[in-house]
Design a binder for this molecule. Structure first.
Ligand code: SF4
Length: 324
């Protein structure tokens, strides 16, 4: 396995108390595989990714347990200097907001070229040529001219392509894309997702795709891990999830995707809000919002039950959920 996160715990100190943002998350991704991590905001999906990348805000964020095994090493045991070397060269991240992730006063060409001068020791001229090559690769038209432009001179979709170019520049083994298309309109979203999937296949990278939108992952993901209140509540191959979810929360997410054949019908929304992470409800954390909840759900925290060899669900009544 390229990356294996094992029983990861992350806490944040807040004015309200300790927020348990990640509570025993275990997931993995292999080379050439795409894992989609899905959940509403506050589910812990981005915090887990930040812990993997080593860019968690510390303090107030604190990793209180677990392992992050990457190519056989536990990243949590490495010195910051070593982690910095791994970031960019061996694992890279694509953020939702390219405008704030890119430096506004440096041309995109120089930002791309810097990856090669700093990490690969290339001359300025060779690094600039590589920058143009990369911009071509992510299909930015007139790359030779546009390499001299600043981030604000590009559209949202083009800026996201530049972020992708920066992420793949050093051909890392793993890319984490955190809501990479959320800020874009639907047509551009599809183009950017397609490009990301194509590059991932070409370079055989592991890809972790973080999203709140189950609709965008159907064509690109191999597996899905659904997160709620800082834990994985369902983990399964993508086709199994679309065929029949084994957790009521996954079912709720699926039912909230707009569908053409449901035109005119009111769109389903999961009732209520995700829990305050300083006061996670006892028992199953989803019980205040769950249409299948029974008494046992308010007291007994469900483990991740084995549904099949490749599938798990943290619901006492996963069989009922599977049956629809
Ligand atoms: Fe709903 Fe109970 Fe299953 Fe939790 S354990 S998801 S509350 S049915």
């Amino acid at each position: 396995m390229l990356l294996e996160v094992r029983d990861l715990h992350v806490e944040f100190r807040t004015r309200d108390g300790v927020a348990k943002a990640v509570n025993g998350v275990t997931y993995g991704v292999d080379e050439g595989e795409t894992l989609a991590v899905l959940g509403e905001s506050g589910s812990g999906k981005s915090v887990t990714a930040q812990a993997v990348m080593g860019i968690l805000d510390t303090p107030p964020g604190r990793i209180t347990g677990g392992e992050v095994m990457f190519q056989g090493r536990d990243l949590l045991k490495l010195k910051e200097e070593e982690r910095r070397r791994i970031r960019g060269a061996e694992m890279a991240m694509i953020f939702q907001d390219a405008l704030s992730a890119l430096n506004p006063v440096i041309t995109v060409g120089d930002q791309l070229a810097e990856m090669f001068t700093v990490h690969r020791g290339l001359s300025r001229k060779d690094a600039r040529a590589k920058a143009v090559e990369l911009m071509d690769r992510v299909r930015i038209p007139a790359a030779r001219e546009r390499v001299r432009q600043y981030p604000h001179q590009f559209s949202g979709g083009m800026r996201q392509r530049i972020m992708i170019a920066m992420a793949i520049a050093l051909e890392p083994a793993l890319i984490i894309a955190d809501e990479p298309t959320t800020a874009l309109d639907v047509t551009v979203q599809a183009q950017v997702m397609e490009l990301l999937a194509e590059l991932q296949r070409e370079y055989r990278m592991g890809l972790i795709l973080i999203t709140h939108d189950l609709g965008v992952v159907a064509d690109v993901a191999d597996r899905i891990a659904v997160m709620y209140a800082g834990r994985i509540v369902e983990s399964a191959p993508v086709h199994d999830i679309y065929k029949a979810p084994a957790h009521p929360y996954t079912r709720g997410l699926l039912d909230s995707i707009p569908r053409l054949d449901h035109k005119g019908r009111e769109l389903y929304a999961i009732k209520g809000l995700p829990p305050n992470l300083t006061r996670i409800p006892p028992g199953c954390p989803f019980h205040p919002r769950c249409p299948l909840a029974r008494d046992v759900c308010t007291t007994d925290d469900p483990p991740l039950y084995e549904v099949s060899g490749t599938r798990g669900s943290a619901c006492h009544f996963w069989r009922e959920c599977l049956d629809g």
